[in-house]
Structure formats: C-alpha cells, structure tokens
Design a protein around this ligand. Structure first.
Ligand SMILES: Cc1ncc(C[n+]2csc(CCOP(=O)(O)OP(=O)(O)O)c2C)c(N)n1
Length: 193
C-alpha cells in the first residue's frame, strides 16, 4: 500500500476537517493532491502533530480534526498518545502512516521495523479504538468511519517506504500558518467556517 493512494482515497473526506500533517513526505504528498486552506503542514516539530491536533480538537469540539502522522514522528513523542487518551476528544482522528522508516531524511529504519506495534502501544496508552490496516480498501473504510464517528481513533496504516520525487512545496510556512489560522477562526455569525 502506498501512502499517496491512501491520501487520494480520503482526500474528499478531508474537505471539511482541520488537517494537520507532520513535515516531509506526507506533507508534500497531500500538498501534491491539491492544497486547501484547512491543511496545515507542521514543519520542524517532529512528533508534535498529534499534540497540535489535540489542541484544536479540544478548543473547537464542533470541528472534525484529522492528524496525518508518521511512525518516526510518533515514536519521538510516545507520551503524545497517553495525552490523547487522557483527553480523548471524539472529533479527533489520528492516522499514522507506518513505513517503518525515517523516509524523509534518508530511510533509516525505525523501531516498527523491528517489531514495535504502534496500534498496540496506542491501545495500551488508553486509546480503545486503535487498529492497524494493511490494504487500501480497509484503510479507506476505517479512516472514513473514524472521521465520521464521535470517538477518538488511532489508525495505523502500514505503507511502502516510498515518497515524492521532490520535497519542494510552493507554500511558505508563515503563509500556511496565517491561512490556517484564518480557517480556524470562528465565523462571526457563529457557524464554523
Ligand atoms: C525535532 C526534529 N528532529 C528531526 C527532524 C528531521 N526530520 C524531518 S522528517 C524526519 C523523518 C520523519 O519520519 P516519519 O515520521 O517516519 O515520516 P516519513 O519521513 O517516514 O514519512 C526527520 C528525522 C525534525 N524535522 N525535527
């Protein structure tokens, strides 16, 4: 299973959500499908995409939040899983693309290459709805169901260690930051934008 195919499969579903990705390959791949103002690519803060997603989900409970993470990033901040479990916002879906490597910086193997099970770790951290998927149909069905459901979910998608040819994104970090902040700002009429 390729991550870009997974992203394509849920791209429409992401339209109404606040979406936070980690830096590197997953950000570039989502961007390559078509940037939207509700996409924030968290640069330079490896491991903290789920923490940012948690903050948004808690402060805007009416909004669906989707975090697109990587195995290396989650492994750098395993305590993030326990904090997600503690607050368990029902509007948050944490998707972890597990390619068993730090693909974006050269492909060094991570602990999932030697047996660590991130869905198991998430369950042990207290996230009851945590599962692993290995094929595209299951990924799409599980991701869509998780986003639609009113329960915190962690979905680990086992993907090939392949990424984009180029890491160039024609979007400055600050531009993305201000645009995303405007997207999150409540509509003065009261409805979420
Ligand atoms: C604190 C910190 N350490 C290291 C980096 C460098 N870095 C950027 S992406 C990346 C690998 C991310 O691995 P993973 O989450 O598995 O995603 P993948 O690249 O495999 O898609 C690393 C080490 C960083 N941006 N921030």
């Amino acid at each position: 299973m390729e991550r870009i195919r997974c992203l394509e499969a849920i791209y429409d579903e992401l339209a109404g959500c606040a979406v936070v990705t980690i830096m590197g390959a997953v950000a570039v791949e989502l961007y390559s499908l078509g940037h939207r103002p509700n996409f924030f690519y968290l640069e330079h803060a490896m491991g903290l995409a789920s923490s940012m997603g948690l903050g948004i989900a808690l402060s805007q409970p009416q909004r669906k939040v989707v975090v697109l993470d990587g195995d290396g990033s989650v492994l750098m901040n395993l305590g993030g899983l326990t904090t997600l479990a503690r607050y368990a916002p029902g509007n948050l879906t944490h998707i972890v693309f597990d390619n068993q490597s730090l693909l974006s910086v050269g492909g060094f193997p991570t602990a999932t290459a030697t047996g660590s099970d991130l869905a198991g770790i998430a369950r042990a951290a207290g996230i009851a709805k945590a599962a692993t998927v290995t094929d595209l149909a299951s990924f799409r069905a599980s991701a869509v169901a998780a986003i639609d459901a009113d329960e915190l979910a962690c979905l680990v998608a086992k993907v090939e260690p392949v990424g984009p040819k180029s890491f160039h994104m024609d979007l400055h970090l600050l531009e993305n930051r201000f645009e995303f902040q405007r997207f999150l700002r409540p509509d003065p009429q009261g409805a979420p934008s």
